[in-house]
Design a protein around this ligand. Structure first.
Ligand SMILES: [Zn+2]
Length: 282
Protein backbone atom coordinates (compact mmCIF):
# COMPACT_ATOMS: atom_id res chain seq x y z
CA UNK A 1 0.00 0.00 0.00
CA UNK A 2 1.11 3.64 -0.32
CA UNK A 3 3.18 5.08 2.55
CA UNK A 4 1.17 6.32 5.55
CA UNK A 5 1.94 9.07 8.07
CA UNK A 6 3.33 8.65 11.56
CA UNK A 7 0.11 10.00 13.01
CA UNK A 8 -1.90 7.26 11.26
CA UNK A 9 0.06 4.47 12.97
CA UNK A 10 0.54 6.14 16.37
CA UNK A 11 -3.07 7.14 17.11
CA UNK A 12 -4.31 3.50 17.29
CA UNK A 13 -1.16 2.50 19.20
CA UNK A 14 -1.84 5.18 21.83
CA UNK A 15 -5.48 4.11 22.13
CA UNK A 16 -4.74 0.41 22.41
CA UNK A 17 -1.55 0.51 24.51
CA UNK A 18 1.15 -0.88 22.23
CA UNK A 19 4.13 0.71 20.48
CA UNK A 20 5.16 0.73 16.82
CA UNK A 21 8.78 -0.14 16.03
CA UNK A 22 10.88 2.45 14.19
CA UNK A 23 13.85 0.78 12.57
CA UNK A 24 16.85 2.58 11.09
CA UNK A 25 17.67 1.50 7.54
CA UNK A 26 21.06 2.09 5.95
CA UNK A 27 20.84 0.23 2.64
CA UNK A 28 18.67 -2.02 0.50
CA UNK A 29 19.11 -5.09 2.69
CA UNK A 30 17.93 -3.24 5.81
CA UNK A 31 14.84 -1.94 4.00
CA UNK A 32 13.99 -5.44 2.75
CA UNK A 33 14.60 -7.01 6.17
CA UNK A 34 12.45 -4.48 8.05
CA UNK A 35 9.49 -4.55 5.66
CA UNK A 36 9.57 -8.35 5.24
CA UNK A 37 9.74 -8.91 9.00
CA UNK A 38 6.86 -6.50 9.70
CA UNK A 39 4.77 -8.17 6.98
CA UNK A 40 5.40 -11.59 8.53
CA UNK A 41 4.25 -10.15 11.89
CA UNK A 42 1.27 -8.34 10.30
CA UNK A 43 2.49 -5.20 12.07
CA UNK A 44 2.55 -1.53 11.08
CA UNK A 45 6.15 -0.35 10.81
CA UNK A 46 8.25 2.81 10.64
CA UNK A 47 11.31 2.73 8.40
CA UNK A 48 13.57 5.60 9.34
CA UNK A 49 16.67 7.15 7.84
CA UNK A 50 19.17 9.23 9.78
CA UNK A 51 21.11 12.09 8.19
CA UNK A 52 24.08 9.70 8.07
CA UNK A 53 22.05 7.01 6.27
CA UNK A 54 20.89 9.61 3.75
CA UNK A 55 24.50 10.63 3.14
CA UNK A 56 25.40 6.95 2.70
CA UNK A 57 22.54 5.83 0.44
CA UNK A 58 21.32 9.08 -1.15
CA UNK A 59 17.99 10.78 -0.40
CA UNK A 60 16.24 9.75 -3.62
CA UNK A 61 17.46 6.16 -3.33
CA UNK A 62 16.27 5.74 0.27
CA UNK A 63 12.92 7.31 -0.57
CA UNK A 64 12.25 5.12 -3.60
CA UNK A 65 13.48 1.90 -1.94
CA UNK A 66 11.04 2.35 0.95
CA UNK A 67 8.21 3.49 -1.33
CA UNK A 68 8.59 0.41 -3.55
CA UNK A 69 8.92 -1.94 -0.56
CA UNK A 70 5.72 -0.47 0.97
CA UNK A 71 3.76 -0.72 -2.27
CA UNK A 72 4.30 -4.47 -2.44
CA UNK A 73 2.98 -5.29 1.06
CA UNK A 74 -0.44 -5.09 2.78
CA UNK A 75 0.81 -3.44 6.02
CA UNK A 76 1.10 0.32 6.78
CA UNK A 77 4.66 1.60 6.30
CA UNK A 78 5.87 5.07 7.40
CA UNK A 79 8.99 6.68 5.93
CA UNK A 80 10.49 8.88 8.66
CA UNK A 81 13.54 11.15 8.98
CA UNK A 82 15.36 10.34 12.24
CA UNK A 83 17.17 13.17 14.07
CA UNK A 84 16.81 15.85 11.41
CA UNK A 85 19.04 18.71 12.54
CA UNK A 86 19.70 20.31 9.16
CA UNK A 87 16.58 22.35 8.33
CA UNK A 88 17.34 22.26 4.60
CA UNK A 89 17.43 18.45 4.66
CA UNK A 90 14.18 18.36 6.67
CA UNK A 91 12.58 20.48 3.97
CA UNK A 92 13.94 18.22 1.20
CA UNK A 93 12.54 15.12 2.96
CA UNK A 94 9.09 16.73 3.14
CA UNK A 95 9.27 17.63 -0.56
CA UNK A 96 10.50 14.27 -1.81
CA UNK A 97 7.80 12.21 -0.10
CA UNK A 98 8.79 11.27 3.44
CA UNK A 99 5.55 10.89 5.41
CA UNK A 100 7.11 11.92 8.71
CA UNK A 101 10.11 13.95 9.87
CA UNK A 102 11.83 14.45 13.19
CA UNK A 103 13.27 17.85 13.90
CA UNK A 104 15.81 17.45 16.70
CA UNK A 105 16.35 20.77 18.44
CA UNK A 106 17.03 19.08 21.77
CA UNK A 107 20.45 20.67 22.20
CA UNK A 108 19.09 24.19 21.54
CA UNK A 109 17.74 26.56 24.21
CA UNK A 110 14.01 25.89 24.79
CA UNK A 111 12.79 29.03 22.98
CA UNK A 112 14.87 28.22 19.90
CA UNK A 113 13.76 24.58 19.90
CA UNK A 114 10.11 25.74 20.01
CA UNK A 115 10.61 28.31 17.25
CA UNK A 116 12.36 25.96 14.80
CA UNK A 117 10.12 22.95 15.54
CA UNK A 118 7.04 25.12 14.95
CA UNK A 119 8.54 26.21 11.63
CA UNK A 120 8.97 22.57 10.56
CA UNK A 121 5.34 21.87 11.53
CA UNK A 122 4.31 24.81 9.32
CA UNK A 123 6.13 23.26 6.33
CA UNK A 124 4.94 19.74 7.05
CA UNK A 125 1.26 20.31 7.72
CA UNK A 126 0.20 21.39 4.18
CA UNK A 127 2.12 18.40 2.75
CA UNK A 128 0.29 15.99 5.08
CA UNK A 129 3.56 15.02 6.78
CA UNK A 130 3.81 14.23 10.52
CA UNK A 131 6.42 15.84 12.80
CA UNK A 132 8.28 14.41 15.80
CA UNK A 133 10.03 16.88 18.12
CA UNK A 134 12.45 16.23 20.98
CA UNK A 135 12.63 17.87 24.37
CA UNK A 136 15.19 16.92 26.99
CA UNK A 137 18.16 15.07 25.58
CA UNK A 138 18.85 11.37 25.07
CA UNK A 139 22.64 11.34 25.44
CA UNK A 140 25.15 9.09 23.73
CA UNK A 141 26.91 6.23 25.46
CA UNK A 142 29.70 7.33 27.85
CA UNK A 143 27.65 9.57 30.16
CA UNK A 144 27.20 9.13 33.92
CA UNK A 145 23.87 8.30 35.59
CA UNK A 146 23.75 11.87 37.00
CA UNK A 147 24.20 13.33 33.53
CA UNK A 148 21.41 11.16 32.12
CA UNK A 149 19.09 12.35 34.90
CA UNK A 150 20.00 16.03 34.40
CA UNK A 151 19.02 15.82 30.71
CA UNK A 152 15.58 14.25 31.31
CA UNK A 153 12.41 15.84 29.91
CA UNK A 154 10.47 18.10 32.28
CA UNK A 155 6.68 17.44 32.08
CA UNK A 156 5.70 21.13 32.42
CA UNK A 157 8.11 22.22 29.70
CA UNK A 158 6.82 19.35 27.55
CA UNK A 159 3.26 20.64 27.90
CA UNK A 160 4.35 24.07 26.68
CA UNK A 161 6.47 22.57 23.89
CA UNK A 162 3.52 20.47 22.63
CA UNK A 163 1.10 23.41 22.76
CA UNK A 164 3.37 25.93 21.04
CA UNK A 165 4.76 23.69 18.28
CA UNK A 166 1.77 21.57 17.17
CA UNK A 167 3.89 18.40 16.81
CA UNK A 168 2.35 14.94 16.32
CA UNK A 169 4.77 12.98 18.55
CA UNK A 170 7.34 13.85 21.20
CA UNK A 171 10.69 12.15 21.78
CA UNK A 172 11.43 12.14 25.50
CA UNK A 173 14.55 11.68 27.59
CA UNK A 174 13.57 9.31 30.40
CA UNK A 175 16.74 7.31 31.10
CA UNK A 176 17.74 5.68 27.81
CA UNK A 177 21.10 6.31 26.14
CA UNK A 178 21.98 6.19 22.43
CA UNK A 179 24.31 3.51 21.03
CA UNK A 180 24.29 1.14 24.01
CA UNK A 181 25.02 -2.46 23.02
CA UNK A 182 23.93 -4.03 26.34
CA UNK A 183 20.48 -3.80 27.91
CA UNK A 184 21.40 -1.94 31.09
CA UNK A 185 19.33 1.26 31.11
CA UNK A 186 16.27 1.48 33.38
CA UNK A 187 13.60 4.01 32.48
CA UNK A 188 11.88 6.58 34.71
CA UNK A 189 8.36 5.25 34.04
CA UNK A 190 6.50 7.70 36.35
CA UNK A 191 8.07 10.51 34.31
CA UNK A 192 6.77 8.93 31.09
CA UNK A 193 3.26 8.86 32.58
CA UNK A 194 3.56 12.48 33.77
CA UNK A 195 4.69 13.72 30.32
CA UNK A 196 1.90 11.77 28.66
CA UNK A 197 -0.69 13.37 30.98
CA UNK A 198 0.81 16.82 30.44
CA UNK A 199 0.96 16.65 26.63
CA UNK A 200 -1.63 14.04 25.52
CA UNK A 201 0.84 13.20 22.72
CA UNK A 202 2.15 9.80 21.58
CA UNK A 203 5.66 9.59 23.11
CA UNK A 204 8.80 8.31 21.43
CA UNK A 205 11.67 6.42 23.01
CA UNK A 206 15.18 6.69 21.54
CA UNK A 207 18.20 4.64 22.60
CA UNK A 208 16.05 1.54 23.11
CA UNK A 209 18.72 -0.98 22.19
CA UNK A 210 20.15 -0.45 25.70
CA UNK A 211 16.89 -0.66 27.68
CA UNK A 212 15.95 -3.69 29.78
CA UNK A 213 12.89 -5.43 28.30
CA UNK A 214 10.70 -5.23 31.42
CA UNK A 215 11.39 -1.53 31.72
CA UNK A 216 10.45 -1.05 28.06
CA UNK A 217 7.12 -2.87 28.51
CA UNK A 218 6.25 -0.69 31.51
CA UNK A 219 7.13 2.47 29.59
CA UNK A 220 4.81 1.40 26.76
CA UNK A 221 1.96 0.96 29.26
CA UNK A 222 2.72 4.50 30.50
CA UNK A 223 2.53 6.15 27.07
CA UNK A 224 5.48 5.30 24.81
CA UNK A 225 3.99 4.61 21.34
CA UNK A 226 7.06 4.65 19.06
CA UNK A 227 10.30 2.89 19.91
CA UNK A 228 13.47 3.45 17.86
CA UNK A 229 15.95 0.66 17.19
CA UNK A 230 19.22 1.30 15.38
CA UNK A 231 22.21 -0.10 17.27
CA UNK A 232 20.68 -3.55 17.82
CA UNK A 233 20.05 -3.86 14.06
CA UNK A 234 23.60 -2.80 13.25
CA UNK A 235 24.89 -5.44 15.67
CA UNK A 236 22.71 -8.07 13.91
CA UNK A 237 23.77 -6.99 10.41
CA UNK A 238 27.44 -7.03 11.27
CA UNK A 239 27.20 -10.39 13.02
CA UNK A 240 25.46 -12.00 10.02
CA UNK A 241 28.06 -10.61 7.66
CA UNK A 242 30.99 -11.68 9.85
CA UNK A 243 29.66 -15.21 10.40
CA UNK A 244 28.91 -15.79 6.72
CA UNK A 245 32.37 -14.52 5.73
CA UNK A 246 34.08 -16.65 8.38
CA UNK A 247 32.27 -19.74 7.08
CA UNK A 248 33.29 -19.06 3.48
CA UNK A 249 36.40 -16.86 3.64
CA UNK A 250 37.32 -17.45 -0.01
CA UNK A 251 33.91 -16.53 -1.44
CA UNK A 252 33.81 -13.83 -4.11
CA UNK A 253 30.07 -13.31 -4.62
CA UNK A 254 28.98 -10.89 -1.84
CA UNK A 255 25.30 -11.81 -2.12
CA UNK A 256 25.31 -14.82 0.25
CA UNK A 257 27.06 -12.65 2.88
CA UNK A 258 24.56 -9.82 2.48
CA UNK A 259 21.64 -12.26 2.48
CA UNK A 260 22.81 -13.64 5.83
CA UNK A 261 23.14 -10.11 7.25
CA UNK A 262 19.61 -9.37 6.01
CA UNK A 263 18.26 -12.51 7.70
CA UNK A 264 19.85 -11.52 11.00
CA UNK A 265 18.29 -8.04 10.80
CA UNK A 266 14.88 -9.53 9.95
CA UNK A 267 15.06 -11.83 12.97
CA UNK A 268 15.98 -8.92 15.24
CA UNK A 269 13.10 -6.83 13.86
CA UNK A 270 10.57 -9.61 14.44
CA UNK A 271 11.74 -10.00 18.06
CA UNK A 272 11.39 -6.25 18.67
CA UNK A 273 7.91 -6.14 17.11
CA UNK A 274 6.82 -8.91 19.51
CA UNK A 275 8.33 -7.10 22.47
CA UNK A 276 6.35 -3.93 21.60
CA UNK A 277 3.03 -5.80 21.45
CA UNK A 278 2.73 -4.74 17.81
CA UNK A 279 2.31 -8.18 16.17
CA UNK A 280 -1.04 -8.64 14.42
CA UNK A 281 -1.94 -4.92 14.65
CA UNK A 282 -1.96 -4.26 10.90
ZN1 LIG B 1 17.71 8.89 18.64
Amino acid sequence: MPLVTLREVLVPAAEQGYAVGAFNANNLEYVQAIVTAATAERAPVIVQASQGAIRHAGLAHITEMVRVAAREVPIPVVLHLDHGRDLELVRQCIEIGFTSVMFDGSDLPLEENIRLTARVVEWARPAGVSVEGELGRVPRVGVTAEEVRALMTDPDEAARFARETGIDALAVAVGSVHQMTQQRAVLDVPRVAAIRRATALPLVLHGSSGVAEDSLREAIRAGICKVNFATSLNVAFRRGLAEAMAEDPAGVDPRPYLARAREEVATAVRERIHLLGCSGRA
